[in-house]
Design a protein around this ligand. Structure first.
Ligand SMILES: O=C(O)c1cc(C(=O)O)c2c(n1)C(=O)C(=O)c1cc(C(=O)O)[nH]c1-2
Length: 242
């Protein structure tokens, strides 16, 4: 591979999303097309809570490593977006409301008692990646967010159309994401375009995005295996009622 121009690098990043982003996973297709039952939707909400709850820890780890006030200032809005600035505000609290809205006890969700081991391993791998890799790779691994507005729009309209136990209030988590994700991913993309300027760093940012797509994909693999087919729920994990 020779050195790519910033535009060609961006095209290569977008091609990874087109091939590997989790909108293509059969579990998401089933979720959005109304083919899941309430217990399966609950399993998705419960497991996805762990991702949401670790995102601010991931971002705090990265902020601690960023070398300039300018970068830390830019990244810290993510912490506020997720943790809020008062109890009951922010994305993690909103996700708990989504979980309650689909019929889960939020204390049970927060306890992580029902979490799939596969979810835990995938999410923890993401946090470790961001803690241990170069800042460029850590920032590049957030670039799945380039692709999230499309899947969020599909998910919200699909779930509202197909599930009578889901309403707009339940899905309110996603509304601010439609503005936050483009802002965050534009910053991360600019950073990657400006700083990945050698063959080696370009290969590393492309690998970071592939890795992150693998994290999101394997979270859905774990859900699919446990709750759709073959339906083997690991011992101790959430078992939907009836
Ligand atoms: O609904 C989704 O499909 C989706 C995907 C992603 C993503 O692509 O990583 C994120 C989110 N949602 C999200 O809500 C979110 O807060 C978030 C943070 C990050 C990140 O990597 O820092 N990704 C995502």
């Amino acid at each position: 591979m020779s050195v790519l121009s910033p535009d060609d690098l961006e095209d290569a990043l977008r091609a990874i999303g087109a091939e590997r982003y989790h909108n293509r996973h059969p579990f998401h297709r089933a979720l959005h097309e109304g083919r899941l039952d309430r217990g399966q939707v609950q399993a998705w909400a419960l497991n996805r809570f762990y991702y949401q709850s670790r995102i601010p820890a991931k971002d705090a780890t990265l902020i601690a490593r960023l070398p300039t006030a300018e970068l830390r200032r830019a990244w810290r809005s993510r912490l506020i977006d997720h943790d809020g600035d008062a109890p009951g505000t922010g994305g993690v609290a909103r996700w708990l409301r989504l979980a309650s809205g689909v019929g889960l006890d939020p204390d049970y969700v927060e306890s992580l008692d029902g979490l799939l081991p596969g979810t835990r391993f995938a999410v923890d791998a993401y946090v470790h990646f961001v803690a241990g890799r170069s800042i460029l790779e850590a920032i590049a691994s957030s670039l799945t967010e380039l692709f999230s507005p499309t899947i969020i729009a599909e998910r919200v309209s699909g779930m509202l159309a197909h599930y009578d136990f889901v309403d707009r209030d339940t899905l309110a988590y996603f509304t601010p994401r439609l503005e936050q994700a483009p802002k965050d991913s534009a910053f991360a993309l600019d950073y990657v375009r400006a700083h990945a300027t050698t063959e080696e760093t370009q290969a590393a940012v492309l690998a970071a995005l592939r890795f992150k797509c693998g994290v999101l994909w394997s979270m859905l693999d774990a859900l699919d295996y446990a709750y759709v087919s073959p339906g083997h729920v690991p011992p101790g994990a959430f078992v939907p009622a009836g």
